[in-house]
Design a protein around this ligand. Structure first.
Ligand code: GLN
Length: 476
């Protein structure tokens, strides 16, 4: 497929000069979506709507009255509300649920004239690293259909990689944008916590949840962030800080000081090719005149347990609202109110979600709270401070995105807990609430993409994206 379906920045001038129409673009993407159905990337495709919407956008372009995303086709993870459209969060418990409102992200995309192609498959409530915990079935990796696309936003990554849409919006609580981006060879951005409103995102762990972006290029990622970032009256945790023009400074990188976390490379569990490619990228950065230092981060091993204690605690309270009364599915076998709760939740949630609700309730229980939940909150602060210390001396922290490339479907079927290790390197930025981006960094011997992760300081997405764009040009 030609390049303009791949990047929106390449498409925009063609649309402006009417060399191609929005309808042509939409039809091509829908055809490719239909053709690659077996990837299971989408839960719902809104084909009629975008076929009808395309000429309207095209007319606006012709009249010079179009928004910044006119002609861009975007997919939404099945965790992001779109008014009058189904929203399942990958769960049986939300079957038949139709959202009565738009998420702020959705509303801003539509106001910028983007077209929304559909909702994308994911792990139930965003809990997982492979999109295998999905009520609508496993998402396959477009680069190797025997492998997963990552998770939890696996459908969003697969759809962009397979050129079904230009960009996807996912959610990243502990890596769910960055890890699938790495597994599929894409750019995946998790902005700072609070940079993008969470209003209308299905809550998993509210103090971690962040809307994130999948794209082929850093430029497209910057274009989207410019539209969706910013304060929001519906979300008090959305930062009031001004949103810079992320797209304008992209091509003027400075000379940066970069900290490479030594413990992430000296890890016996790290796939050797990932180590090699990371070291190679660091060498290229040095050649470009950047300072790259090894920095020790002994706290790395605490990040994963801290993350899983806190997100399970938050999930157990967030998911209490799914009781068979207010939303979606209700068991038809219940005869008393108590049975409505119990049977609805027993039948509506799958195994992983139930496990996390139980673990979360356990760590919040009176006898465990101090030793588990409160302790994890304290460790979170220690990790945050240590990361801030590094970022007071360095512009960026670099580490691999994952310890291994995309794994085979069912790899963890007998030991689901060990899948948590896949999040070892992504949870760090999540625990600290820092912005982080995963960038393609070559492929392994099986031709599977390798991701490299760059973490920036709070609300310094402009600098992070400029560096990422620079990285994109030097590491092919
Ligand atoms: N894999 C991690 C988890 O299961 C991250 C998920 C996410 O970011 N939504 O919690």
């Amino acid at each position: 497929m030609s390049d303009h379906y791949y990047s929106f920045s390449a498409l925009r001038p063609l649309l402006a000069s009417q060399k191609i129409t929005v309808t042509e673009v939409v039809k091509q993407l829908l055809q490719d979506t239909q053709r690659q159905k077996e990837l299971n990337a989408f839960v719902n495709v809104y084909d009629q709507e975008i076929i009808e919407g395309a000429p309207v956008v095209n007319q606006k372009i012709k009249q010079g009255k179009s928004g910044p995303l006119a002609g861009m086709v975007i997919g939404l993870k099945d965790m992001i509300a779109y008014k009058n459209h189904p929203l399942h969060a990958g769960s049986k418990i939300l079957t038949n649920y139709i959202s009565p409102f738009d998420a702020t992200v959705t509303q801003r995309l539509l106001a910028a004239d983007a077209l929304i192609i559909g909702h994308q498959n994911c792990d139930e409530f965003g809990m997982g690293s492979s999109s295998e915990n999905a009520y609508f079935g496993t998402v396959l990796n477009p680069l190797d259909k025997t492998r997963v696309a990552g998770g939890s936003s696996g459908g969003s990554a697969a759809a962009v990689k397979a050129k079904m849409c230009h960009v996807s919006i996912g959610t990243d609580t502990g890596g769910s944008v960055r890890q699938p981006a790495a597994f599929c060879g894409l750019v995946g951005l998790k902005p700072s916590y609070g940079r993008v409103s969470r209003h209308g995102l299905v809550a998993y762990a509210s103090s971690f949840d962040t809307a994130g972006i999948f794209s082929h290029t850093v430029e497209d990622c910057a274009t989207i962030l410019e539209v969706i970032a910013g304060p929001d009256a519906f979300d008090d945790t959305a930062a009031t800080q001004e949103v810079p023009r992320y797209t304008t400074a992209l091509d003027n990188p400075g000379r940066y000081k970069v900290a490479c976390l030594a413990e992430t490379l000296d890890n016996g569990g790290l796939q050797p090719e990932i180590k090699e490619h990371t070291l190679h990228a660091l060498e290229l950065l040095k050649k470009e005149g950047h300072q790259v230092d090894d920095v020790h981060f002994a706290l790395l091993k605490y990040a994963l347990p801290t993350y899983y204690i806190l997100v399970n605690a938050e999930a157990s309270t967030n998911l209490a609202r799914f009781d068979g009364i207010r939303y979606g599915y209700r068991s038809s076998h219940a005869t008393t109110l108590e049975e409505v709760y119990i049977k609805t939740r027993t039948e509506g949630f799958a195994k992983e979600v139930k496990k996390r609700i139980m673990l979360g309730s356990f760590v919040l229980s009176a006898s465990q709270c101090e030793t588990h939940y409160i302790k994890a909150l304290k460790v979170r602060n220690v990790i945050k401070k240590a990361m801030q210390d590094i970022l007071s001396q360095y512009d960026f922290i670099i580490l691999p995105t994952t310890t291994a490339t995309a794994f085979k479907v069912n790899s963890f079927a007998n030991n689901p807990l060990s899948m948590y290790w896949s999040d070892l390197y992504t949870v760090l930025a999540s625990v600290a609430g820092l912005p982080a981006i995963s960038l393609p960094n070559g492929v392994d011997q099986k031709n599977l993409p390798i991701g490299i992760q760059v973490i920036g300081n709070y609300f310094e997405e402009a600098k992070l994206l400029t560096f990422a764009r620079h990285f994109e040009t030097i590491v092919k």
